[in-house]
Design a protein around this ligand. Structure first.
Ligand code: BES
Ligand code: MN
Ligand code: ZN
Length: 460
């Protein structure tokens, strides 16, 4: 897949036009002050004013930073500047890296189906900024976003497999796919049940990448992703509004794969396993039903209260698979519940973990790179909401417990590896409102933070 313009960030300086960062009320002089006043430019955060020379040529721009410069605002700048090479003037040196990262993230556009001129906007960054590293991170976010933005018809289980295969091959990693009936032979009964209603070309599959596995001296990290390529809800079919954006329901898989690629590119001192369950939650005569009782890889029986709570079913099997590697650390990403966005809105993914060190490392990394998450409780009092008389567990929690994102996390906890720490991110993976730098559509969430945490823990 195409990703991002590879040299949005550069150390080239030749001909770079300045974008001057101007705080609110900052004094300007001469012609500039007059020009600013004529345009009501006050330095308010996000204001952008182009500057022309005496001959009318573009010579630079002023960008309002308000009361305090927030490097994240540079994301919007990237999407608004005209083509050319730019440099940020008046940027505190310690903010250069975050500003550059924001600029690269803000340059993403989804143009797979709508041919557009390349934006041609580039940023010249100071010599101390690691262009390679920042570009790789931006490319990982772009990959996840592009996978999410691609319609389900063109991002089915096979296409996810293809992306995964390319990533594995580029890093000489082991690659295994278990598809269709083989899921039953290889003991992935829940993945099979959820995905079997799809057409044969879109058969369910478990995709596994293994990297560096011979280095048994190194800690093992498992990255797990929910890859529901389209979630109709199954027989408990969603409303039109509820179904509209469900091409994004493979967002967790996109995150796990893109993060896995980053870990391999950076050569972190770990063994890595990436596990993705890719299925279509479709409606057909062969679909699994409310009231069915599924077996799981772990051997726990699961009563289906609602076929729309499908993500936790496929994750149950791949989390069990992950636990067979005895990981030291497992991270899973999933667009698991609508309840997560009721609790925290679309911009703040809930983080669940019982490991205090992991929670604090993740939250520290999240604030360091401006990729937020919010810790929520694995509240043991609500485990009872997953109980049923006729199976080991049920997939739709009893209404009394209310907290749908919490009970979904508690369901996953029953299957998560216990050898090491485990964290679950209930991501939204989508920008619901369009702003410059944040186009409506797929979004990478908590992935840069996870990579920062992994880089700090497992630097080479
Ligand atoms: N993929 C959805 C969750 C979702 C919906 C994420 C909207 C982001 C936006 C998931 O499979 C689902 O349908 N969950 C149900 C669970 C319920 C039936 C117990 C939900 O959250 O309503
Ligand atoms: Mn669903
Ligand atoms: Zn779903």
């Amino acid at each position: 897949m195409s990703v991002l313009h590879p040299d949005v960030l550069t150390h080239d300086t030749e001909g770079a036009l300045p974008v001057r960062l101007i705080g609110r009320g900052q004094a300007l002089s001469g012609a500039e002050a007059v020009w600013a006043k004529a345009h009501d430019f006050t330095g308010k955060a996000g204001q952008l004013l182009m500057l022309a020379g005496p001959d009318g040529a573009l010579v630079g721009a002023m960008f309002g930073t308000g009361d305090r410069f927030d490097p994240v605002s540079v994301r919007g700048l990237a999407a608004r500047l005209p083509a050319g090479l730019w440099r940020l003037e008046g940027l505190p040196g310690d903010q250069a890296e975050r500003a550059a990262q924001a600029f690269a993230l803000g340059s993403y556009r989804f143009d797979r189906y709508k041919a557009r001129q390349p934006s041609g906007v580039r940023l010249s960054v100071p010599a101390h900024v690691d262009v390679e590293a920042l570009s790789r991170i931006a490319a990982a976010c772009a990959l996840a976003r592009e996978m999410i933005d691609t319609p389900a018809a063109d991002m089915g289980p096979l296409q996810i497999e293809t992306v995964a295969r390319e990533i594995a091959e580029a890093h000489e990693a082991a690659f295994t796919v278990t598809t269709g009936e083989a899921l039953l032979e290889e003991n992935y009964p829940a993945v099979h049940a959820v995905g079997r209603a799809a057409t044969t070309e879109r058969a369910p599959r478990v995709i596994e990448i293994g990297w560096n596995l011979k280095r048994t001296d190194l800690p093992l990290v498992a990255l797990v992703g929910k890859g529901v390529v389209f979630d109709t809800g199954g027989l408990d079919i969603k409303s039109a509004a509820g179904m509209r954006n469900m091409k994004k329901d493979m967002g967790g898989a996109a995150h796990a794969l893109a993060l896995g690629r980053l870990v391999m590119q950076a050569g972190l001192a770990v063994r890595l396993v990436v596990l993705v369950a890719a299925v279509e939650n479709a409606v057909s005569a062969d679909a699994f039903r409310p009231g069915d009782i599924l077996n799981s890889r772990k051997g726990l029986s699961i009563e289906i209260g609602n076929t729309d709570a499908e993500g936790r079913l496929i994750l149950a099997d791949v989390l069990t698979r992950a636990s067979e590697h005895a990981p030291d650390l497992t991270l899973d990403f999933a667009t698991l519940t609508g309840a997560a966005r009721i609790a925290l809105g679309p911009e703040l993914p809930p983080l669940y973990t019982d490991d205090e060190a992991l929670a604090s490392d993740l939250l520290a990394a999240a604030s360091a790179v401006g990729d937020p998450m919010w810790r929520m409780p694995l509240w043991p009092g609500y485990v009872a909401a997953l109980e049923t008389e006729i199976a080991d567990v049920k997939n739709d929690s009893s209404a009394w417990a209310q907290a749908g994102s919490v009970t979904a996390a508690l369901f996953l906890q029953k299957f998560a590896p216990t050898t090491g720490a485990w964290a679950h991110l209930d991501i939204f993976a989508w920008n619901p409102r369009a702003r410059p730098g944040w186009p409506e559509g797929g979004e990478a969430q908590a992935m840069r933070a996870c990579f920062e945490m992994l880089s700090r823990r497992y630097a080479i």
